[in-house]
Design a protein around this ligand. Structure first.
Ligand code: PEP
Length: 258
C-alpha cells in the first residue's frame, strides 16, 4: 500500500501575512483530523518564504518544498538556488520539471534529469513532473512524450533513484484551466508510467508514488484518488485556499484502508 501524498504548489503567490493565515488555517484543521497521519502533506512556497513556512509548520505533519532548484551546487550562477541551500533552510521536497518551467524557462529532459541528480545528492525528495500538451494528446503522442520525459531521468539517475522520488503526472492542458483529466484518462497514463518503470524494476514500480496534477479540487479529488495508480495530488490553485486544500487532503486520507 502506497501512502498518499498531497503537495501544494503555490507558484508565484504569497506574502508573509497571507502565508501565515493559510498555513495556520491548514494546520489547525489538520490537528483535528485523526487520519491525517495516513497521508503525507507538503506545501511548496516561493523560495524566499520557505524559512517562514518551515517555521510555521513545526508539527511534522506539514512538509515544505521548493518549486525548482539549480542543477549546480554552488558557483557563478546568478539568480539560482542550489538544492543544498533548500535543504539547509528546511525544505525536504523539490518540484522539478514542472510544465511551466519546461515551457517558459527552456528546461529540457536532460536539464530536468541533472536537477533530479543534484536534488537527490542534497537529500531532497524530487517531485518529477511529466505530462503532455493538448496538441500532443490530440495527435496521440501522450505515451511517447511521457516515455521520453521519464527515460531521460532513468538514464541519468538509474531506476533505483525512483525509490527516493515522487512522480507527478500533470497533463499540461489541465493545469490552471479548470479542465481536469477524467479519472479514466489519468489512470491510463499513471498505469503506463508504472509499466515503464516496471520494465526496469518491478518492485520500484510498485512502490513509487504517482500524483495526479491539473485542476484537482475537493469536488473531483475523490474519484481521481480512487484510481488504483493515483497516489495523491499536486495542487496549484486549490492549494491557496485552506478549505480547498484540506478538502483534497481529506479525500486522500479517505482512500486509505478502502
Ligand atoms: C500545478 O501547477 O502543478 C497544478 C496542478 O496547477 P492547478 O491545480 O492550478 O491546475
Amino acid at each position: 500500500m502506497r501512502k498518499p501524498i498531497v503537495v501544494g504548489n503555490w507558484k508565484l503567490n504569497g506574502s508573509h501575512a497571507d502565508n501565515e493565515s493559510l498555513v495556520t488555517g491548514v494546520l489547525s484543521e489538520m490537528a483535528d483530523m485523526a487520519d491525517m497521519a495516513a497521508i503525507d502533506v507538503a506545501v511548496c512556497p516561493p523560495f524566499v518564504f520557505i524559512p517562514q513556512v518551515e517555521g510555521l509548520a513545526t508539527s511534522m505533519s506539514l512538509g515544505v518544498g521548493g518549486q525548482n532548484c539549480s542543477e549546480h551546487d554552488s558557483g557563478a550562477f546568478t539568480g539560482e538556488v542550489a538544492p543544498g541551500m533548500l535543504f539547509d533552510v528546511g525544505a525536504r521536497y523539490v518540484i522539478l520539471g514542472h510544465s511551466e518551467r519546461r515551457a517558459m524557462y527552456g528546461e529540457t529532459n536532460e536539464i530536468v534529469s541533472a536537477k533530479v541528480k543534484a536534488a537527490l545528492a542534497a537529500g531532497l525528495t524530487p517531485i518529477l513532473c511529466v505530462g503532455e500538451t493538448l496538441e500532443e494528446r490530440e495527435s496521440d503522442q501522450t505515451e511517447a512524450v511521457v516515455r521520453q520525459q521519464l527515460a531521460a531521468v532513468i538514464a541519468g539517475n538509474g531506476i533505483a533513484a525512483f525509490e527516493r522520488m515522487v512522480i507527478a503526472y500533470e497533463p499540461v492542458w489541465a493545469i490552471g484551466t479548470g479542465r481536469t483529466a477524467s479519472p479514466e484518462q489519468a489512470q491510463e497514463v499513471h498505469a503506463f508510467i508504472r509499466g515503464q518503470l516496471a520494465d526496469h524494476d518491478a518492485s520500484v514500480a510498485q512502490s513509487v508514488r504517482i500524483q495526479y496534477g491539473g485542476s484537482m479540487k475537493p469536488a473531483n479529488a475523490a474519484e481521481l484518488l480512487a484510481q488504483p495508480d493515483i497516489d495523491g495530488g499536486l495542487i496549484g490553485g486549490a492549494s491557496l485556499k485552506a478549505e480547498d486544500f484540506l478538502g483534497i487532503c481529506r479525500a486522500a486520507a479517505d482512500t486509505v484502508g478502502n
